[in-house]
Design a binder for this molecule. Structure first.
Ligand code: PLP
Length: 457
């Protein structure tokens, strides 16, 4: 574990165990940097993180003190801690409530009644200008006129399923598995859907070409980075190839880049960068990296679709709540979003590394296959033959470890009942390894019960 994360874990543990009580002064920065053999900057960074989590507070020219009634971040369940690999939202400790509250107040003051009347379906122009600027950081170059503010990215995805597209087709192609809300949209609209399996190695491009060539596909819906649930990210080469296929067979691509902000690899391009003229429709969410309850997202549309999307958006909810739009504009403009994202990148990258280390250590011994995710929240574990996800989930509940099943994230023809999803966002760094160890022990126990041979490496 890195020193920065180690200091945070140790301090939280000492506070939790009552070694330090509310109001106690913490060890000085100088002493702690000597104790951990690290720079004073590392200690300051760790203390700032604890301060942000409201565990400690700073008194200028004095030091850091333990907060009265600060929580530890572990989910308390009687005497034991629950390890929550189930919750799909962002780390609750890292959500920018206070900053956003400030932006909402500012939005009311600055725009006054404008925030509380009916408005234009496409979204506030001044917000779309900010969004166009922000998108440049993600290699998405566009103009406010092509950006649509939507009530969560799911709203745009759901509208696309039934919206007429310029290619005049209705069938869609989607990765298998994919997140449950999109599966529900497809089922709700009863459209013809062609699945393509996505694994750690990505999708089989020959199979994708076959689907494009033979099934009159309107669009291919795909998550380009940190896929939910597998954590998979496409290589630039694969992205380029998919765009070529889309051009060749007149297929649109819905690129869902819901966690693109978390990518530390600046060399990763979105598919949009290879085809910015409209064939790739770029969709972004503010839920996973910020606050899901705001219901804020965007879509970059080809101009030819502006009118049909306007009608569909108007019919769905007239427009996205203006107070949220105004506050997001101020949040972006003030630089708060950038600062928040920097912290989130470090946080989730750190958790992903700890998770992969725990997988390497514990899962090979029980022959369970895991997916590699370099950041984001999600990855999957494919269980050894004969073990069903439901059985493992039930067993783990007794151990206070919660995980999700992946079966509901498939179209019925593709469904697998032998996969679980691990979401690492809400699990404290120091509990990640213990949780994975419990899962490995659970798998081993079920294998033994079934008299299966367990391969030990
Ligand atoms: C990959 C992916 N895209 C989009 C969404 C929808 O997100 P929202 O509507 O909150 O922006 C989700 C939700 O879980 C998701 O996992």
């Amino acid at each position: 574990m890195r020193k920065y994360a180690q200091i945070i874990c140790d301090m939280e543990e000492r506070i939790q165990q009552g070694f330090w009580k509310p109001g106690d002064k913490l060890t000085s920065i100088r002493t702690l940097s000597a104790d951990y053999n690290c720079s004073m900057n590392t200690v300051i960074k760790a203390y700032s993180e604890l301060e942000r989590k409201h565990r400690i507070y700073a008194v200028p020219n004095s030091g850091y003190y333990v907060v009265e009634g600060g929580s530890t971040g572990a989910v308390d369940n009687g005497n034991t801690s629950r390890i929550d690999f189930l919750s799909a939202g962002p780390d609750k400790e890292a959500m920018p409530y206070r900053d956003f509250q400030h932006c909402m107040n500012q939005a009311i003051e600055r725009y006054q009644e404008e925030m509380f009347t009916y408005s234009e379906p496409q979204g506030l122009y001044s917000l779309r200008q900010q969004l166009a600027r922000h998108l440049q950081d993600l290699q998405v170059f566009t103009v406010p006129e092509r950006i649509w503010v939507v009530s969560g990215s799911q709203q745009a995805l759901n509208l696309f399923v039934s919206l007429p597209f310029p290619n005049g087709r209705t069938n869609i192609c989607l990765e298998q598995p994919t997140h449950m809300s999109f599966i529900q949209s497809v089922q709700h609209h009863d459209v013809e859907a062609y699945g393509i399996e996505v694994s750690g190695a990505g999708v089989d491009l020959e199979r994708l070409e076959h689907i494009f060539a033979h099934h009159q596909i309107k669009f291919f819906y795909m998550v380009s980075r940190f896929h939910n649930p597998t954590g998979h990210s496409y290589t630039n080469e694969d992205k380029r190839r998919i765009v070529e296929l889309a051009r060749q067979y007149d297929v649109y691509i819905i690129e869902d880049d819901y966690m693109g902000d978390l990518d530390v690899n600046l060399k990763q391009d979105p598919l949009y960068a290879y085809e910015p003229s409209g064939r790739v429709i770029y969709v972004k969410s503010f839920s996973k990296v910020m606050l899901p309850g705001l219901r804020l997202g965007l879509a970059v549309l080809p101009e030819a679709m502006n009118e049909s999307f306007r009608r569909a958006k108007f019919a769905a909810d007239l427009h996205t709540p203006l107070l949220m739009q105004g506050a997001l504009e101020i949040y972006l403009k003030s630089g708060m979003f950038q600062a928040h994202i920097q912290r989130m990148r470090e946080l989730y990258r750190g958790k992903a590394i700890l998770l992969q280390e725990a997988y390497k250590k514990h899962l090979p011994a029980v022959s369970a296959l895991y997916s590699e995710a370099l950041s984001g929240f999600y990855s999957t574990i494919e269980l050894p033959r004969g073990i069903k996800a439901k059985e493992l989930i039930q067993h783990l509940m007794q151990e206070n470890v919660e995980v999700d099943e992946v079966e509901k994230m498939f179209l019925p023809a593709f469904a697998k009942d032998t996969m679980i999803r691990i979401s690492v966002s809400q699990v404290r760094e120091d509990l990640i390894e213990q949780g994975i160890r419990n899962i490995a022990e659970g798998i081993r126990g079920l294998c033994e019960r079934k008299h299966e041979v367990v391969v030990f490496k």
